[in-house]
Design a protein around this ligand. Structure first.
Ligand SMILES: [Zn+2]
Length: 174
């Protein structure tokens, strides 16, 4: 069991993973965070807050980041990450990317030992259903953002009336 954490801590972890990694990759691909901010039509300060995980980027911006990474890959630039031979899972906090067919959470690159591009095919470890890496990340981001919204909504719900405190039963007499 994971220790219980508040929604704030969950959001912080959300910001810590796939979003910030994709942003860092995209900023490197564009040459600077300033260039990436221009591409995303946001002030650089906003982008820096997303990159540091201090603010949650919107889904539309994440999709654009994936698009930019795909374009960069298609331009012939060398991506840095090599696909590992072992199976991978992709998660943002407690939300895992799942196979659309069987719900499996483990994926293996279709071609091991090559670069893991956004357009690389990943195969489900359970049923070998194929999905594009970038599409899987988009799905995951959308689920994670829905999830964190749901957690926030839960937090904002009016509090349940306080439970009556347990009665202390005294045994014996003084
Ligand atoms: Zn599957």
């Amino acid at each position: 069991m994971l220790p219980a954490v508040g929604a704030g801590a969950r959001l912080a972890r959300v910001a810590d993973t796939i979003f910030t990694r994709a942003l860092a990759q995209a900023a490197a691909a564009q040459g600077s965070s300033q260039a990436l901010a221009y591409q995303l039509h946001v002030p650089e300060n906003t982008l820096l807050r997303w990159m540091s995980g201090r603010a949650q980027m919107p889904l539309a911006a994440f999709r654009r980041v994936i698009e930019l990474l795909v374009e960069h890959e298609q331009s012939g630039a060398q991506p840095q990450a090599l696909a590992p031979a072992e199976k991978l899972d992709f998660n943002i906090g407690e939300v895992f990317a799942r196979c659309a067919r069987c719900g499996g959470t483990q994926f293996a690159p279709a071609v091991a030992g090559t670069a893991l591009r956004m357009t690389s095919a990943l195969l489900c470890g359970s049923c070998t259903f194929s999905v594009k890496h970038g599409e899987l990340l988009n799905q995951l981001a959308s689920q994670a953002i829905q999830h964190s919204r749901a957690m926030l909504a839960l937090r904002k719900r009016p509090k349940a009336p306080p439970q009556p405190s347990a009665k202390v039963i005294r045994l014996g007499r003084r």
